[in-house]
Design a protein. Structure first.
Length: 241
């Protein structure tokens, strides 16, 4: 199995690769992949990329890596969007790990005075949701202990109680929000590859309070989750786009 893992920034990439003792670097146009083969030759291959912040950078970086792999005859079986995230308190506490059973673009659409927010799906222009194969979600939950639910992608991180309440009302199954997952999933879908989002919670979604952030704790939890991930991804038959 070959897995592409896409983080936003190098700090997130580095804690993922810290889960494995040996990595090599592979140059891409404008980026560098770090590759780990934790089980040795013939085992799962994990390539980790820091693609940049936001859905556009994530989509571009993911598409570049997927295209390079396809041209080399080394197609990926799965793409994982990862990093730290805000969690919807109180059910998703700081330090917990979450996995998407759906990746949702929460603010891609239009404002309407009468109807409130209208997603591009409601406007008839496309999709805002990428479902994750159920068997894959179950395997990741069993291996990592992650909380499952919708992971929202936003272009502006939530910083008020009102905005948090609005998101919960529209997405009652949401467990977390990040800024890259939907872009990663869009690129993966274009290549016919399954995608999921695996994140660790650094703060509660709501009023912006940097003193309450626990980034170090979240990064440690993320590294621990990836140490266990290889166990969940040994059966290619249960990974499909």
């Amino acid at each position: 199995m070959r897995v592409l893992i896409v983080a936003a920034v190098t700090a997130e990439r580095d804690v993922v690769t810290a889960a494995w003792p040996d990595t090599t670097e592979i140059a891409l146009p404008g980026a560098v992949l770090r590759r780990a083969v934790p089980g040795g030759p013939g085992g799962p291959v994990f390539d980790v990329l820091a693609a940049g912040v936001g859905p556009a950078a994530a989509a571009a970086g993911t598409a570049t890596a997927l295209t390079a792999a396809a041209l080399a005859g080394e197609r990926y079986d799965l793409v994982v969007s990862t990093g730290i995230a805000g969690g919807f308190a109180p059910g998703v506490p700081v330090g917990s790990v979450v996995v998407s059973d759906a990746i949702v673009a929460a603010d891609l659409g239009a404002q309407s005075g009468a109807g409130g927010f209208l997603s591009v799906a409601e406007l008839g222009f496309g999709t805002v949701t990428h479902e994750v194969p159920e068997a894959l979600v179950r395997r990741v939950v069993e291996a990592t202990g992650a909380l499952r639910g919708e992971v929202l992608t936003v272009s502006t991180a939530t910083g008020t109680a009102g905005r948090a309440a609005e998101l919960v009302e529209r997405h009652p199954r949401a467990v977390a929000e990040g800024m890259e997952g939907f872009g990663v999933a869009e690129a993966a879908r274009a290549h016919g590859v399954a995608a999921l989002e695996l994140r660790a919670v650094s703060n509660a979604i709501g009023p912006r309070d940097k003193d309450a952030w626990r980034i170090g704790e979240a990064l440690a939890a993320l590294s621990g989750a990836f140490r266990k991930l290889a166990t969940a991804l040994t059966d290619e038959s249960e990974v499909s786009a």
